[in-house]
Ligand binder design. Structure first.
Ligand code: UDX
Ligand code: UDX
Ligand code: ADP
Length: 461
């Protein structure tokens, strides 16, 4: 007889845990889902009476939280109690790149995952299914298993790998209508218990069952392939700028080949986000640890090229502004790593800003969702200059027209839709002349901008 899940606990109330559990709760009204976190502020924000002030912004999320919170979706800091009451526990904590010791700058830091496993081992008094939701290096399940199997009690744990493929900005859509759900596990029983939860809304043929290692490696591979497509088109964009080819035309032409496909071929100032760089570095690290240097070098080039692309964008701004931006004001539109999210992790904007600040530019920024405090802390985290210098050189505005007033150049770093509908005539009038636009997202209409009077440059055209 199959175990029936009535209570789920998710450890980690972040960009993955929050939206995923909200959708599981909505689609399984008979299961109580409690998301726990060590961060009291974050839990308080999830419990905010005003659902428009949740800690993360995702289109459609507020509505689902409004419908389910307090009914079968709960947010709490009572970690131990929730773990023990639940039959199934998702681990959805952060796995950042290590910033110290062995594998520094490359390997994933599994400290938070291990703490979760130890926490579960300590407090569980009944059998549990433990689900890895965080992206983890291959064979992490082994480590979790060995911690859980050595508690000295007779509580049994089944470990599943169930990587999440949602993209930020479209998280709810991706969760409700996933391309596939992947479940890796050793025992069919446990796999089916989790599969049943997804089967409430996902067709069975989209629920893939594999062994644990394939599941873990598939997640890293999917992100590596996606990132590779962006570095590939970005590499071609640089060649386009030297020839008379147009990267948009090239992307369209190759994308119509069904073997290549049209998605994920937008040339840009470089990919950001919490996953791509981290997962590739992790893949590279794992390959090297098995002495597979050709494999490691092959994938490493994807992130090296991405660094080049960000750098090249910043260089182009400096070169175009007569080789100096010292004392000049550059207006940034966008700080988030992509549109429709307030997340800034690894955003290209941070690195482009840092480079221009080294050239003594002053920067004024507008982003519809990212608070000023976040932008400053992103820059401070790089440790390139003092906190007060960052505050002095970077000014954040809540109105785009104010941000762009008296600037020498506009740099578009995020593809927010609203940027397209601005009154670009008005922006032009209030800028220093010649007025430059550096469109890092190929967002604006080139002909129109030139007609207004801008010196317009974009990626790969
Ligand atoms: C290729 C392009 O597909 C075609 O569009 C272009 O016009 C000419 O070059 P071709 O070389 O004839 O065509 O065959 P293709 O099917 O692309 O295979 C090329 C090589 O890749 C073969 O050796 C094939 O065995 C290998 N291959 C292909 C793989 O190893 N794995 C695959 O998944 C696909
Ligand atoms: C990614 C994967 O898409 C998702 O499946 C996985 O679960 C987590 O990592 P995410 O990082 O949230 O999701 O967003 P994504 O849409 O993949 O964009 C990543 C970065 O690539 C962004 O900076 C985006 O602007 C950039 N990008 C994306 C491009 O520059 N060009 C493209 O064509 C697509
Ligand atoms: P992701 O994008 O993977 O969801 P986030 O950083 O947004 O990553 O969220 C991870 C969350 O996990 C954070 O809110 C963090 O406080 C929480 N967390 C980390 N370690 C633990 C732990 N041992 N117990 C409970 N929560 C944790």
């Amino acid at each position: 007889t199959q175990m029936k899940v009535t209570k789920i606990c998710c450890i980690g109330a972040g960009y993955v845990g929050g939206p995923t559990m909200a959708v599981i709760a909505k689609k399984n009204p008979n299961i109580t889902v409690t998301v726990v976190d060590v961060n009291q502020d974050r839990i308080d924000a999830w419990n905010n009476a005003d659902v428009n002030n949740l800690p993360i912004y995702e289109p459609g999320l507020a509505q689902i939280v409004k419908e389910t919170r307090g009914k079968n979706l709960f947010f709490s800091t009572e970690i131990d109690k929730t773990i023990d009451e639940s039959e199934m526990i998702f681990i959805s904590v952060n796995t950042p790149t290590k910033t110290y010791g062995k594998g520094k700058g490359m390997a994933a830091d599994l400290k938070y995952v291990e703490l979760c496993a130890r926490n579960i081992a300590k407090v569980a008094t009944t059998n549990k299914i433990v689900v890895e939701k965080s992206t983890l290096p291959v064979r992490t399940a082994q480590a979790i298993k060995s911690i859980l199997d050595n508690t000295g009690s007779d509580v049994k744990f089944s470990i599943l790998s169930n990587p999440e493929f949602l993209a930020e900005g479209t998280a709810i859509q991706d969760l409700i209508n996933p391309d596939r759900v992947l479940i890796g596990g050793e025992f069919e029983d446990a796999i089916e218990v989790l599969a049943n939860i997804y089967a409430s809304w996902v067709p069975q043929d989209k629920i893939l069952r594999t062994n644990v290692w394939s599941s873990e490696l598939s997640k890293l591979t999917a992100n590596a392939f996606l990132a590779q497509r962006i570095s590939s088109i970005n590499a071609i964009s640089e060649l386009c700028e030297k020839t008379e080819a147009n990267v948009n035309e090239v992307a369209k032409a190759i994308g119509m080949d069904s073997r290549i496909g049209p998605k994920f071929l937008k040339a840009s100032v470089g990919f950001g986000g919490s996953c791509f760089q981290k997962d590739i570095l992790n893949l590279v690290y794992i390959a090297r640890s098995y002495n597979l240097h050709e494999v490691a070098d092959y994938w490493e080039q994807v992130t090296l090229f991405n660094d080049h692309q960000k750098r090249r964008f910043a260089d182009h701004i400096v070169n175009t502004l007569y080789n100096t931006v010292s004392g000049k004001k550059i207006g940034f539109l966008g700080w988030a790593f992509k549109k429709d999210t307030n997340d800034t992790r690894e955003s290209a904007a941070i690195y482009v800003a840092d480079y221009l600040l080294n050239e003594q530019a002053s920067i004024s920024v507008y982003d519809p969702k990212v608070p000023a405090k976040k932008m400053q802390s992103d820059l401070n985290y790089l440790n390139t200059r003092s906190v007060s210098e960052n505050e002095q050189q970077v000014t954040v505005f809540s109105n785009p027209y104010e941000a762009l007033k008296d600037t020498h150049a506009v740099a578009i770093l995020t593809e927010w839709d609203e940027f397209k509908s601005y009154d670009w005539n008005k922006i032009y009038v209030n800028m220093k002349k010649p007025a430059f636009i550096f469109d890092g997202r190929n967002l604006l209409d080139k002909t129109e901008m030139i007609k207004i009077g801008f010196e317009y440059s974009s990626i790969g055209q």
